[in-house]
Design a protein around this ligand. Structure first.
Ligand SMILES: *Cc1c(COP(=O)(O)O)cnc(C)c1O
Length: 414
């Protein structure tokens, strides 16, 4: 049996130990505060994120059940693929069972393996790097740029070697990566660009949608993503060969000439018709979700920028951020640490999440990246967290959350 990595925060350098977030605070609403009205918002939990299932989800799922088509052979799969790909400005969509697998399928189709190098940001979610590790290739990390929190394209150029086969830019928290200079480096060196767009459904860079900016994109439809299928993922691409290969690999790589004859190492990474039915209904609502999230973010930022020490999320001039999570940084001027502020919010029923812990600090990758430092990623890990961010969040809830942040500030500046 495998054993967990023995690395603890204490094994990290002294100055890094302190940036690893503490345990999640317990979410509670004080029973001593009796709500004045049943509708009193301060007496209710505000979750950090929840799916919004207000469209045709039920109708389409019932159609699957009524017609007896519930596996991956049903009619909703191609319709969902086509509709979602069109939303991304892509010719092809290949649905699969989650976002991690979407990344893995694309890398597998490229034949990435031991000896190859794949460049990705140090500041991302673990799935990005794990998908690389599954192939046996070597992950190479790049720090974030301070202005957008995304992979620093200037630093990326220095990490390219003759072994570099793929770059995986991650559109962090819904903010697109500065793709033009990245594509220039990739094209000059014959490198494939696979966007990790798991957090950026509907986002735009210079008027073009994420998922169509590189050579292929990988999306996740996990329950907390901007659109969801419960669990699910999709590869988007304009590359016919990539679409055909990933479609084949996700289904055990059955060959077309004879059944039960396999010429590639395939996987069962299929999506079910039931999930695609939900996905189609969600895709119909994507423009509305994006609009709500941008409206909510604008209100949050307008209210929060009055509070010293709170840094609101970035939006570069040439992008449309979709604010998958409304992310903020807590600076010293606030007077409380990030963890203290999270505790203050949790006691008042407001759920939050800390930013990612960078890849070079993960127990499972500790030895691989020993001695490497990524200062911007580390700063984000120390200071960042996200506030409630669902598409269905109301302006009343946003005012409530900001009031509590203001209250925390006032308590430390009496
Ligand atoms: C959510 C996420 C994934 C993984 O998606 P799953 O559907 O959970 O496998 C990959 N990359 C990023 C950046 C994500 O946020």
């Amino acid at each position: 049996m495998i054993k967990p990595s023995p690395i603890t925060p204490n094994d990290l350098d002294d100055d890094i130990q302190k940036i690893i977030p503490g345990k999640d605070p317990e979410l509670s609403i004080s029973l001593t505060r009796i709500p004045v009205l049943e509708t009193d918002i301060t007496s209710k939990i505000v979750p950090v994120c929840e799916p919004t299932l207000g469209g045709n989800e039920k109708k389409y799922v019932n159609d699957c059940l009524d017609s007896n088509w519930i596996s991956s052979a049903g009619k909703y799969i191609p319709v969902f693929e086509e509709k979602f790909a069109a939303e991304c400005g892509c010719k092809y969509g290949v649905a699969c069972c989650n976002g991690t697998v979407a990344l893995h399928l694309a890398l597998a189709a490229l034949g990435i393996g031991p000896g190859d190098e794949v460049i990705l940001p140090a500041f991302t979610m673990i799935a990005t790097i794990n998908a690389v590790t599954y192939t046996g290739a070597t992950p190479i990390l790049v720090d974030s740029e301070p202005c957008t929190w995304n992979i620093d394209v200037d630093q990326l150029a220095d990490k390219v070697t003759p072994r570099t086969k793929v770059i995986i830019p991650v559109h962090t928290y819904g903010h697109p990566v500065d793709m033009d200079p990245l594509m220039e480096i990739a094209e000059k060196n014959g490198i494939f660009v696979l966007e990790d767009a798991a957090e950026a459904h509907g986002a735009e860079y210079k008027g073009r949608r994420t998922g169509s900016l590189g050579h292929a994109g990988a999306f996740s439809f996990y329950a907390n993503k901007i659109i969801t299928t419960g669990e699910g993922g999709m590869i988007t691409t304009n590359n016919t060969e990539m679409a055909e290969l990933t479609r084949n690999l996700r289904d055990h790589a059955f060959s077309t000439e004879r059944h039960f004859w396999h010429k590639f190492m395939g996987f069962n990474y299929r999506m079910t018709n039931l999930q695609a039915a939900v996905g189609l209904a969600q895709t119909e609502q994507l423009p509305g979700f994006v609009e709500s999230r941008r409206k909510n973010a604008a209100l949050y930022s307008q209210l929060l920028q009055e509070i010293p020490g709170i840094v609101t999320p970035p939006e570069a001039g040439n992008v449309k951020n979709v604010y998958w999570m409304y992310s903020i940084l807590v600076e010293d001027a606030f007077g409380m640490t990030r963890d203290e502020l999270r505790g203050f919010l949790a006691k008042r029923g407001i759920e939050t999440r800390t930013f990612f812990i960078p890849m070079h600090l993960q127990p499972i990758y500790h030895d691989m990246f020993k001695g490497q430092r990524y200062p911007v990623s580390e700063m984000l890990c120390e200071r960042g967290f996200y506030l409630p961010s669902a598409s269905s969040l109301t302006s009343e809830q946003i005012h409530h959350v900001v009031n509590v942040v203001q209250q925390a500030y006032n308590e430390t500046h009496r």
